[in-house]
Write a protein that binds this ligand. Structure first.
Ligand code: ATP
Length: 270
């Protein structure tokens, strides 16, 4: 895994990935009919970085994920994944992306192994390589003993962790997670967050972690704050706090979004 920085082709010309950000958005806007969901969003994430996309319900996080993952076509602005334009080279861009959507997406009537191997074959991974990768990843999250159980028998936190394993099967360099801990208890949330942070540390992958929970932010993260479709802050936590004239990230988020509800259960401006 890794970032492939400095790659050259046979003629010595730089490949798109060389020194490219893991993710780069330039002037991205999106509207559902007349409702403007995203307005002129630009930011980038460096390889190997853990970035938190912070915003209340309705801020535009899921819409942004739908554009980055090419579920929606980007009509205004540009999105590049490791230098590959998601509209012009979707295959190259999507190969580098792993995605965990907000909604649960495992087939509950299939076993953990069936869910994972089906997904691996969609990525063209042969069964021997797939089984090895499935085994390694499940082992790393202490779930290899659940391999042949139906997904239905897993807890919410375990289902989420299997979905994360599934997103990692093809060894992506950028992992997107949309509200990955929603509906989980404190222990499961902490476990999932710690697993993902370990991955960033051990394997150098980049992560975009969307949440409305400020307590999921750590001081070393990049934070990107969305408010009602607009980017209102982007940078290291200490810079964002300073620029907002605040004393803490809680206070900064409150100032930037004009709300008081900041922790678990926060639902938005309404
Ligand atoms: P949540 O955490 O609640 O999912 P979010 O930050 O992911 O919120 P989005 O779901 O991207 O926000 O929504 C952004 C805006 O776009 C909201 O005003 C929402 O009502 C609107 N929106 C989202 N999906 C649609 C849709 N299919 N049709 C019309 N409007 C939509």
């Amino acid at each position: 895994m890794g970032t492939n920085a400095g790659l050259k082709n046979v003629h010595g010309k730089s490949l798109p990935e060389a020194d490219a950000p893991a993710l780069e958005l330039a002037s991205v806007s999106y509207a559902y009919g007349r409702r403007q969901a995203l307005n002129d969003i630009s930011f980038s994430i460096a390889p190997g970085r853990f970035a938190v996309l912070l915003g209340l319900n309705g801020a535009g996080k899921t819409t942004l994920f739908s554009l980055i993952s090419h579920l929606f076509a980007t009509r205004d602005g540009h999105i590049h994944v490791f230098g590959h334009d998601i509209n012009r080279k979707p295959g190259d861009a999507l190969r580098r992306l792993g995605i965990v959507f907000q909604a649960r997406t495992l087939d509950l009537d299939l076993s953990v192994h069936q869910n994972l191997s089906y997904h691996a074959s969609l990525h063209g991974i042969g069964s021997r390589a797939a089984n090895q990768r499935i085994h390694e990843l499940l082992e790393s999250i202490d779930m290899s003993d659940r391999l042949h159980e139906k997904a239905r028998s897993l807890s919410g936190g375990q289902i989420r962790r299997v979905e994360i394993v599934r997103a990692l099967l093809h060894q992506p360099s950028l992992l997107l997670l949309d509200e990955a801990t929603v509906g989980l208890d404190i222990k499961s949330r902490a476990t999932i967050l710690a697993d993902i942070r370990k991955l960033v540390h051990d394997e150098g992958i980049s992560v975009l972690w969307a949440t409305h929970l400020i307590d999921e932010v750590s001081h070393a993260d990049q934070i990107i704050v969305l408010d009602r479709g607009k980017l209102v802050a982007n940078g290291a936590v200490n810079e964002v706090v300073k620029d907002a004239g605040a004393k803490s990230i809680n206070e900064a988020f409150s100032r930037l979004t004009g709300i008081v509800t900041l922790t678990r259960g926060g639902t938005g401006h309404d």
